[in-house]
Structure formats: C-alpha cells, structure tokens
Design a protein around this ligand. Sequence first.
Ligand SMILES: Cc1ncc(COP(=O)(O)O)c(C=O)c1O
Length: 407
Amino acid sequence: MVANAGQLIDFQDALANFSNDVPNFDTLALHAGAVADPTTGALLTPIYQTTTYRQEAVGKDKGFTYSRSANPTVSALERRLAALEGAEFCTCYGTGLAATTALCLALLRAGDHVVASQAVYGGTVRLLDQVLAPFGVTSEFVDTGDLNELRRAVSARPTRFVFIESPANPTLKLTDIKQAARIAHEAGALLVVDNTLLTPALQRPFELNADVVLHSTTKFIEGHNATVGGALITRDQGLHDKFSFTRNAIGTIQSPFPAWLTLQGVKTVGLRMAQHSANALQIARYLEKHPRVTRILYPGLESFPQVELARKQQTAGGALIAFEVEGGVAAGIQLMNSLRLCALAENLGSAETLVTHPASMTHADVPAAQRQAAGITDGLVRLSVGLEDPLDVIRDLAQALDERKVA
Ligand SMILES: Cc1ncc(COP(=O)(O)O)c(C=O)c1O
C-alpha cells in the first residue's frame, strides 16, 4: 500500500517510473512542503520565532499576520503532514489533546452525540466525559472492532462523528476503517481516525475513506521524545476552515520551535516505523514463548486475534506490544520496576523503548469499570519498542522476568 522503507529499489526503474506529481512516501517525508528560504536560500525551513509580521499596507500582508493564526514554520509542518497522509489540509496544535479539543469544539454543539472506540487514549475519554459532557455533548464508547456494535450505536441516535483509534491504545484492538467509514457515512456521521500509533508510514486512513485524521505528533511523527504536538488533517476544505477558525479562536496553535523539531523528526518516519516494527516483532516473538507471559497482543503475530485485518489495513505491526505476566498486577508492577534499559515513562513512539502501566498511568482517569470493559486490565503492560538493538531489549526483559521468579 505504502512505498516502504527497507525495500531495495532499482534506481533505474525507480527513475523511469518516477512521476513528478506523486513522489514516494520517504521522499515526501524529506521534501514535502519545504521551500528554500527566499532571503538566504537556507535549505531547512527556519524557525520563524516571531509574533507578528510587518504589513506592506492596510489589508496587504504575505499570508501571515499574527502567530496565533498562522506561522511559517508551523505552516511548513502542516504542508508536510498533509502530504504524508495523502490529504490537502492540516492544522497543527500545541499538543495532541489540543487537536482533539479543537476537533470537538469545531464540530460539536450542545445536544450532539459522539460514538468512540472503547479503548481510545485515556485523555480522549476524559475530554469527552468530564469536560464536554457538562456542555451537553453525549458520548458512547463501544467496541468498534465489532461492526454490529458500531452499527447499533450510530443508529441508536444521530451521531456527529465516530472517533476511532486503530490499533487502540493500549489494547491494540483494531477497527476495520473502511467498514467503519461506510457505517458512519450511512448514518450521516463523519469518521475521525486517530492514526498516532501507526502514522501514515504504516496505515493510510484517507484511502479507507476517513474524513479526518488526528495525530499526537508527540509520538512517532516527531519520534525523539523532544516535543508535544498535535495535528488535524483532512481533504475537505469546509472542515479545514472550521479547524483553522477554532484553533485561532481558542488559541491552541503549535509554537515554531516544536514545529521545527517535528519537521526534522518526521523526515525519518518511514525508516523508523519499519525498524520499530521489525524490532517489535522480534521482541513479541520472544515474549510469546516466555513461560511467565500469560497474554500477549501484537498485530504482527500470527496469534493476534485480528491478524487478517491487520494485514489488510496496515503494512506492518507497529511498535506497540501489550502483555500480561503471571502473578497479575503485582507481578506486572514488579517487572516494570525491574527494567533497566527500558524506561518506565508516560509516553510512546520515541526512539527509546518505553514501558507503561496503563491502569495507573495513561488511563488512570478512565473509570475502572470502563477500563475493564475495554480490556485494559490492571496487569496489562504496554511496551513501546524503540530503535535499540532488539537483543538488548530482550536481555533487559529477560533479567526483569527472572528477577520476578526469584522474588
Ligand atoms: C493515541 C493517542 N492520541 C492522542 C494522544 C494525546 O496526545 P498528547 O499527549 O500529545 O496531548 C495520545 C497521548 O498519549 C495518544 O496516545
């Protein structure tokens, strides 16, 4: 589906078939939206650290007036991310949740209804349930991996949009994006896909008829644990206008420096996602065979319950592995405390391998019953596999699993 990193390319053939208007993914990741600086020729888009812009005359500007509305560095990132998702429009935000907030404020009014995947990022649940509900927005969280459940939910009451994460964080439950788009559209709803966990390097929601793609660029898009940021991408001018208006109205644009760092990070997103996936597959195979691992979920494993769907809509398994160890919550916590190379940290998607306990960290604000219903058990461990040599990560997991045995 995606012209992928890691593939050996015969350059003669590649050049013969090269079409100027649609460069391949890795080329876009480096070049899309970049324009050499008109005054100096600087190859990298500069950090336009400016609040305002001198206007030639009243009403005559160069497209920028005030950096809450738009900033040239942020615009360069927006052009790049839109191109990578195969879309025309993008707005970038100070965080991923600021993007989700802008999405909701742009599209929802009191009395509107949202249907969302049961196992979305905990902050998305908190926003809908605790911040927007008092303003009269209702939400139902359903297992969108079960299309009958989704169909039931959107027919039960008029729905403004369906919000899915596939794979979902942290259970890695998949939703059939093409079918979800069909069901949403038949019910008059939009389909929003949070594509944070795979990025367009591994999954292309617009080719599966999504209306909006959301990213926490904090994760794999920037990829180096150096920024927080978010993006809303669409092919629809009307939706884009609403997002731009809302972002300016609520003041949530990204700052130029994190946008610039993200412009550098995203250059290697194709290479990184291929390597993250190759490493994660090796580590998942190791964990699957380990006698103390009682449950493992990784979309690249044959044993993954939705492996056929993973093959259909993803080009690789991605970086995330969810697993449980024998001995339940206490054993899981002990394992996480015993890791030395893998960092216990509240993030995913970076070059370094991170381990998280969703029930007490990323999903702590999701009510316990809702967590259980979504499959986020108290013993679930989430591993975001980084770019270290996978054997070193396996060694670290081995010593931590063994330490548990001795204890
Ligand atoms: C899938 C997903 N979407 C959105 C977010 C929110 O992004 P941010 O932390 O950049 O606000 C996160 C954060 O963990 C996430 O994992």
